[in-house]
Design a protein around this ligand. Sequence first.
Ligand code: ZN
Length: 148
Amino acid sequence: MFDDLDDIYSELIRDHNKSPRNFRVMEDADRQAQGTNPNCGDNYQIFVKMDGDTISDVSFQGSGCAISKSSASLLTEALKGKTKAEIKDAFEKVRDMVTTGEVADTGLGKLAAFAGVYKFPARVKCAILPWHAIVAAIDGGEESVSTE
Ligand code: ZN
């Protein structure tokens, strides 16, 4: 059963790597942050537009491996319309998931595609990098975050 799920999730990751969603510079972004993972060479800029406490639009630009790029792409799809608190909650759930491989029944949806990453500790930073960047962006404090 898990092999089948892995296949489906791999397909999703491949698709988002090949055709990343919301992959554009947002000229009128309210906030942005850069995330880098020197170990892998991942380097992304995340752009967000806020409507009060809610993200009304989110996009990203940059380059890196399939895991980081598909993670950023799925993140932008999952987080549009979410509040800051919901995003931080999702970040913690995703971080737990990619470090333990356990998918809590918490409505992560497609983000569960990254559960298998826990088997590859070096790739955990790739999967989580866009999350560090968006949290930095919505907090508006740090403009640049690194996994190192
Ligand atoms: Zn990477």
